[in-house]
Design a protein around this ligand. Structure first.
Ligand code: BG6
Length: 511
């Protein structure tokens, strides 16, 4: 039998999650129903759930354990990646209970403490993981009461906090939240979720770069002309999302976290080692090297903000952003943002990173494309003109159809030397034959294993806010703010975003 080189060379790195009691604050919300419980269920289906794991849902609404489980089951049937098996659910759901309390009621936390102690006395794990999945305005209260009730300490086990986004709404609020969290949990026990880091393809960026020398030796301003990061969504403000979004906007909602995380993974230097801090040290260095904006005009030249107007998405007529439910009719919140980001360091000097995110675009997709420089204008380039043919483009498809493709030129069969763009394509589904785990599965397992590699560190979050705050300030505090552009729902964004690239002689890549 042929040896598995990965096993032989011990290249298969795997974390070992430890059992715990997982307390979810905000357990009646969408995140718990759509993401967290289905992730745990799928882990159970894969045999990955640590034995004896218990879940306690903490929320304000009055509910029995049974009612809570029924609501979870209904959603699990709809969204579970591996379908829903009644027997497995029956077994799995027995580990889930409900704890009713207001977030600011000290007695509710004291009762929770008693309950966890009882569970422990009956044989449950002494490890505790507190998941803050509530609306962010309750984070302070929850954390302070956790400390007040002494829930942040366990005599024989560990206590960790997992904090959902949004992690603040600007640098000042993020610093405040970091302080409150770290007063209750040390940084090493704090896990700030950025679910993009849990996506298989985002994790594969480092493998692509540092386990394939071919790419890494060409990974710099000597060979790369520019890089694009696009995140497109057909969704608008369904399900009352407008209320949250109005206070957030595309820049805070997706760029400050997910897209700057992807950018950091693409741009970072090789880390000293594969430890959480080894990797996060390098990502922070990228964020610290982002070129600051000089003033509001500079922001206006390099950042486009826009709102969708009425249009058609996937054959369905939809209203414009300002007419969405819970959105102010005079709203100045952007549903689209495109930025030209420059990184002032040795490797990336002169290479623009174009980053864009939009709601109500024609289709869902997140991808990163690396656009290599053209060769000299001789030989084939001389006859067709270097401009006439696209240069090599390496595309990392984060989702859907996860994979990596390399665009190159080939001779078309026949007597003439006709060049044609072709693709070398790697698809996860074809190569590995099974669907990738959901981001939350990986992240929950990692938090249970004490591995913070895929979680944002305090300084990463703060440095990203510092960058984003300059843009928000120019938009909302400058006497001469850059304008709000428009794009019809179902289009690829405003013309101003095309002009941003056109100015440099580039075009957005179509997903
Ligand atoms: C969330 C944002 O963090 O990410 C949403 O708040 C966005 O607005 C979502 O739709 C996108 O996540 P995914 O995994 O579907 O790309």
């Amino acid at each position: 039998m042929e040896a598995n080189p990965f096993r032989e060379a011990d290249l298969s790195l795997r974390n070992h999650p430890e059992s715990c009691v997982l307390v979810i604050f905000g357990a009646t919300g969408d995140l718990t129903h759509r993401k967290l419980i289905p992730a745990l269920y799928n882990m159970a289906a894969d045999g990955d759930l640590p034995p004896g794991l218990k879940v306690v849902g903490f929320a304000r609404r009055e509910k029995s354990d049974e009612e809570f489980r029924e609501g979870l089951e209904k959603l699990n049937k709809e969204v579970s990646r591996q379908g829903h098996n009644d027997d497995l659910w029956e077994q799995f759901s027995q580990s889930i209970t409900y704890h009713e309390s207001n977030f600011n009621d000290a007695d509710g936390y004291a009762a929770l403490k008693e309950r966890l102690d009882e569970m422990e006395a009956e044989g449950a794990s002494p490890n505790r993981m507190y998941y803050l999945a509530s609306a962010p305005e309750f984070f302070d209260d929850i954390l302070l009461h956790i400390r007040g009730a002494g829930l942040n300490q366990s005599k024989t086990g560990w206590c960790r906090a997992v904090v959902e986004k949004p992690f603040g709404t600007d640098l000042a609020t993020a610093q405040h939240l970091n302080q409150v969290v770290n007063d209750v949990f040390p940084e090493k026990d704090t896990y700030r979720i950025d679910h993009y880091l849990g996506k298989e393809t985002a994790q594969n960026i480092m493998v692509l770069r540092f386990a394939n020398n071919l790419f890494e030796v060409l990974w710099s301003n000597r060979f790369i002309d520019h890089i694009q990061i696009t995140c497109a969504e057909p969704l608008g403000m369904e399900g009352g999302r407008g209320g949250y979004y109005e206070k957030s906007g595309a820049l805070r909602d997706m760029v400050q976290n997910h897209l700057l995380q992807l950018l950091s993974l693409i741009a970072m230097e090789p880390p000293a080692d594969l430890t959480a801090d080894g990797i996060r040290d390098e990502k922070v260095k990228v964020l610290k090297s982002l070129r600051p904006f000089e003033d509001a005009d500079d922001v206006g030249e390099n950042v486009v903000r826009a709102q969708y107007t009425a249009g058609t998405v996937n054959g369905e007529e939809v209203v414009g952003y300002r007419r969405e439910d819970r959105v102010n009719p005079g709203s100045m919140t952007e549903s689209y943002v495109a930025l030209k980001v420059m990184i002032d360091n040795w490797r990336w000097e002169g290479v623009p990173f174009y980053v864009r995110m939009g709601k109500r675009l024609p289709k869902k997709g997140t991808e990163i494309s690396i656009h290599y420089k053209q060769g000299p204008n001789v030989l084939y380039n001389a006859s067709v003109g270097a401009e006439a043919m696209p240069g090599n483009v390496l595309v990392i498809r984060i989702q859907p159809n996860e994979g990596i493709s390399l665009g190159m030129r080939s001779k078309r069969p026949g007597p003439a030397a006709t060049l044609q763009p072709v693709k070398m394509d790697f698809r996860y589904q074809t190569s590995f034959g099974k669907s990738s785990p959901e981001a939350y599965e990986r992240l929950l397992l990692d938090a249970m294993a004490g591995d913070a590699t895929l979680f944002a560190r305090k300084d990463e979050v703060e440095t990203a806010w510092k960058y984003v705050d300059q843009i928000e300030d120019a938009w909302h505090k400058s006497p001469t703010p850059p304008k709000m552009a428009e794009y019809p729902a179902g289009s690829w964004g405003p013309k101003e975003a095309d002009e941003l690239l056109d100015h440099d002689g580039n075009d957005w890549r179509r997903l």
